[in-house]
Design a protein around this ligand. Sequence first.
Ligand SMILES: [Zn+2]
Length: 331
Amino acid sequence: MLGEDFHKTDIESSLKTKMPALGIDLGGTKLSAAIVCDGRLLTQPIQVPTPLGSDSIVKAIFKVLSDFRQEHLIAGVGIATAGIVKVDTGEVIGSTGNIPGWEGTPIRTLIEHQTMLPAYVENDANSSAYGEFSAGNLRDKKCLVVVTLGTGIGVGIVLDGKLYHGPNWVAGECGHLKVAMDNHRLCTCGLFDCWEAYGSGRGLLATANELLSTVKPGQSELSDHGQDLSTRAIIAAAKRGDIIAQRSMNLWHEHLCAGMVSIAHTLDPDCFVLTGGMAQFVDYPLLRELMSDRCLPRIAEKLEIRESVLGKDGGMIGVAQLVLDDIATRV
Ligand SMILES: [Zn+2]
């Protein structure tokens, strides 16, 4: 017969793992939050603008947390944030141009001391990766690579069920893989020819502008947009058959493939998941074909490439699941 202690621990464990957590996704322009349990949102996400400066952001997080706690019993709080995060202490240690003044904030300690709730802080791309792994039916994958395609490119790597961080917490900064050798495009990081200078939404825009500079006005409908050209305008024009827009989209797929080929040969992943605002515009059959052409056959043969099932909720779901899984290991 099992002892009383076992029962107590067992009940505590199941109560804690079945309780929901609050997932917060802190981006450069907005903060989103929702209650999460078993890999899905239990509430509609709320959104507030990201205030300026560390103190104001911390205040906004406490306000959101306090509002949710009035309605819900939660086991912990997860915060997905831009920037480099020292996950063992929950500090933001790497600067992010998106959130000025945020670097150096010990957000986990602040939350745990003030609320007595367990907190977990993780980089946003890593949080999305853990979301896809835990809630996207991919827990059986030995090596999962999640690529967040937006204005830039972020990557999260889940190896043997755990996020891989590296000794300096910078693993997965694949947006800065070098994909060309001619010092042609300057990246926001200060280096030339990074993957995200080509394969992101910003990269697609740069490619279209370069192609436009080689044609006469009137040869492409994109010329009419001038300085206001957007990725959406390129995608729409490509669908209407505009040759410059179509060529830009084809090159964007080549550029996207270039970084993924390097990652595939380094990690031999079972599966890539593409998420972020630009993932919906990927022609998946074309990308799979390009990857098959450019990867060693043994890598390409079984490699899966999928679109995210969680979309923009992946960061909130992933980081909430991280705090819940962390609590389960503490019991
Ligand atoms: Zn770069």
